[in-house]
Design a protein around this ligand. Sequence first.
Ligand code: ACO
Length: 341
Amino acid sequence: MAFEIVATGKAVPPGRVTNDDLAARIDTTDEWIRSHTGIGARHIAAEGVACSDLALEAAENAISMLAEKTGERIEDIKSGLDLIILATTSPDYTGVPSTACVVQDKLNARNAAAFDITACCTGFIYGLEIAAGLLSIAANRKRALVIASEILSHFTDPDDRSTAVLFGDGAAAIIMEKTPCPNEGVNRRGLVQSILAADGSGALSLYIPKGGTRNPFKVGEVLEKLPSMKMDGRAVYNFAVRAITETIEKLLKADNKTIDDIKWIIPHQANARIVSAAQKRFGISDEKIYMNIEEYANTSAASIGIALDELNRAGKLQRGDLILLVGFGAGMTYGGSLIVW
Ligand code: ACO
């Protein structure tokens, strides 16, 4: 039994904010942002757009791709979904209800179980393994929709130059199908290796201090600013370099492979310098690493899925290609997947 990604989708809001746009408002420059992060622009959702709106658009795109591929009716694909797993740190509501349930209703995917997961920027990687695990455990489950959707601009202080330049909004979706193909041997397909990890000792290196049960809103309280992310950039950077190299190393070892066997590496798009550090460590050529951070900045859980969809739609993923996904983020969480396309 194999767990294959049979369709992909993405959604990025039309509002595009360049580094120069930011530099006109806060104390930063295009040169600083590009040289320290590789970011050139980010897409920011308009007021009133919620996590589920982007999630729905990405999901509809993935479903349309599958319908074109298989000739199934879109309505049949939706009603045939068994699971909707939505990774996000910026849900529509604070926990109740899950954003996945909002999306399930809008899709009319009435037979799907639906829930959210929070693994921050590693959410897409966590979502893939959870989907495969839940598909494997029940014979009657066949298809899972895994979505990662973020509107981190709602939790970013527009005046804080240390975070405002880093994040963008976006969503990605994949449909995972349980197929009779093997997941071992020469004809294997789908998700073949997965690593999930966390180091909670870094929990406060990147967090939103206000609004949860640790530091709740109080009746009559006047807020000077909306709750926003606080980040120890250096600590996150050091963790991220360790996490990305360790994950690549472990995935290759688990599958008895070298970098030469990998067709594409899709890293979480947090900072081009973090990726460069891993590139140097393993001697990876630029052609093997897919980067789109210049256009979208860090879209948190969505970034790996957006990149995967772009590669897929560009026809750059061929059957049998070995693809390595690697993510890291707040929590701190990290992990990766090896996929035979
Ligand atoms: N524009 C101009 N100058 C800036 C900016 C900015 N936007 N931000 C910081 N600076 C200044 C600092 O004030 C500092 O000035 P000083 O030397 O006068 O004190 C100088 O630039 C250097 O600052 P550092 O913080 O040391 O810069 P660094 O090289 O570490 O880069 C960065 C900062 C880009 C944030 C880096 O630490 C980083 O990428 N960290 C990881 C962040 C990340 O990936 N977060 C997301 C994790 S994933 C998730 O789950 C959401």
